[in-house]
Design a protein around this ligand. Structure first.
Ligand SMILES: Nc1ncnc2c1ncn2[C@@H]1O[C@H](COS(=O)(=O)NC(=O)[C@@H](N)CS)[C@@H](O)[C@H]1O
Ligand SMILES: [Zn+2]
Length: 491
């Protein structure tokens, strides 16, 4: 590719800072690995496979996303708490299905100091087996229900598949897990539905559209009755599971003897649910909105929302700096996260630096702008350059930031819909999933589903919870069905 001045500038700029140059987003895998590094999200050099270090900037994004998660949960009757990390082997090994699903992924602590432990301790891969023995002690009567608790902890899974920062970790550093207890199966079902609605709301706030589907039975949570999953369609057309809600029925209540006394004084098994989100939420945020210049962050999640850049010449430099400081003060007072870049970097290098970090809005102020009592505002997502009056800068900035959050969602939703490719035959599905998510009629019988996965060489993602019920023909058994199913390559 011709090496124009700009590339040379960037490469030179990158060269001096010994930073990698960001590949185009069309090379998504490389783009993702590079932006995690030069966008200062996570440092992947930690000397344990699957464990990574949050850079402060990336941690700032996490902090904002998780404060949205906490707000949504706290305002819907949940309470946050904290259970121990270590789980005694006898508790962990109680629920057969659960063990089968996790036995290859559990880390074990077998020694304390130099002496072997009398009971080996599991590092929680998820906390059912830490929490439910305590729920057994806490649940006595109907009056104790529902319980709706969550915690945000690190969990450990000895993932044997390819580990990747934010996407597939061995230490899941930001595992938000909710665990609820209810009197009846239907109340637990209503809780699963609420969890899916809350997750959809959380993702809408960070401008992430999701596909919602019920996982096939052979892919549900180990020990659960059924699983509803939220998937993001990544820029390469592969899906990333960014949230799951599980109806546990009375399976764990039986194992851990969680019963309550009902009105007639009988002991009744409780029904339970659990639902989780991890730092994959940040992976989706970075992946869906980023572009060739770097991060593009929805304002609610951006550690720095606005950067003010004084355009300094010998003439009028003082007035320009004074105007920039006034703008910064008024934006800060309005609660906006703003920085000034008065460094001696060339303007082009400044734009490159702050665009890479996904700063939502750039404000440029030069001597001509002072005369006209205006500033130049440039939106990160559209690159749109507009003049705005200095005397209403807070209003002008606030309006653009809220518009940007909505516009990012609308744009991402359109890209997601363009990835959905309706198919009628397995041949069409094979073709479609090379670039996106196929839909195909399915009678929902396991034998057909398994056959389909085998034929296609990819996994059934799930049956969309919202269907228009148009009749189709199951491509395996040829029976009529009103169900369709998503099929996709997955992370
Ligand atoms: N290795 C991993 N790295 C990053 N995120 C993961 C990993 N494994 C699972 N997740 C995320 O964590 C979410 C919850 O995990 S889970 O196994 O589906 N569900 C549970 O563990 C239930 N106890 C609900 S909290 C998943 O939807 C997925 O988004
Ligand atoms: Zn069939």
């Amino acid at each position: 590719m011709a090496n124009t001045g700009n590339e040379k500038g960037n490469a030179k700029q990158a060269e001096t800072e010994k930073e990698a140059v960001l590949p185009p987003k069309s090379n998504f895998s490389e783009w993702f690995n590079t932006i995690i590094d030069i966008g200062k999200i996570m440092d992947v050099r930690y000397p344990v496979k699957g464990l990574y270090v949050w850079y402060p900037f990336g941690f700032g994004i996490r902090k904002r996303v998780y404060s949205i998660i906490r707000d949504v949960l706290d305002n819907s009757g949940h309470e946050e708490t904290l259970f121990p990390l270590l789980i005694p082997e006898n508790e962990f090994m109680k629920e057969a299905e659960h063990i089968k699903g996790f036995e290859n992924e559990v880390y074990w602590v077998t020694r304390g100091g130099m002496s072997p432990l009398d009971v080996n301790l599991a590092l929680r891969p998820t906390s059912e087996t830490a929490i439910y023995p305590m729920y057994k002690l806490w649940v006595r009567s109907h009056a104790d229900l529902p319980i709706k608790l969550y915690q945000v902890v690190n969990t450990f899974r000895y993932e044997t598949k390819h580990t990747r920062p934010l996407i597939r970790l061995r230490e899941i550093t930001s595992f938000k897990e909710a665990h609820t207890v209810h009197a009846t199966w239907d109340e637990a079902k209503a809780q699963v539905d609420e969890a899916v609605m809350l997750y959809t709301d959380i993702y809408r706030q960070i401008s992430i559209p999701v596909l919602i589907s019920q996982r096939p039975d052979w892919d549900k949570f180990p020990g659960g009755d059924y699983t509803i999953a939220l998937d993001a369609v990544m820029p390469d057309g592969k899906t990333l599971q960014i949230g799951t809600a599980h109806h546990l029925g009375t399976n764990f209540a039986k194992t851990y003897d969680i019963t309550y006394e009902n009105e007639n004084g009988e002991q009744v098994l409780a029904n339970q649910t659990c639902y989780g989100i991890s730092e994959r939420s940040i992976a989706a945020l970075i992946s869906l909105h980023g572009d060739d210049k770097g991060l593009v962050l929805p304002p609610v999640a951006a550690p720095i929302q606005v950067v003010v850049i004084p355009v300094l010449f010998k003439q009028g430099a003082e007035e320009v700096m004074a105007a920039c400081n006034t703008v910064v003060d008024s934006l800060k007072k309005a609660g906006i996260r703003v920085e000034t870049d008065a460094s001696d970097l060339r303007p082009g290098a400044k734009y490159y630096k702050w665009e890479l970090k996904g700063v939502c809005l750039r404000i440029e102020i030069g001597p001509k702008d002072i005369e006209k009592k205006q500033a130049v505002l440039v939106r990160r997502d559209t690159g749109q350059k507009e003049f705005a009056p200095l005397d209403n800068i807070v209003g002008e900035v606030t309006a653009r930031l809220s518009a940007m959050g909505n516009d990012l969602y609308t744009a991402a939703e359109k890209r997601q819909n363009d990835f959905i490719l309706p198919c009628q035959t397995l041949e069409e599905v094979k073709e479609a999933i090379q670039t996106g998510v196929a839909t195909i009629p399915w009678c929902a019988e396991e034998v057909c589903g398994k056959k389909m996965e085998e034929e296609i060489g990819a996994k059934i993602l799930g049956i969309p919870t919202k269907q228009d019920g148009v009749a189709g023909i199951c491509p395996v058994c040829q029976n009529k069905t009103s169900k369709i199913v998503y099929v996709a390559r997955t992370y």
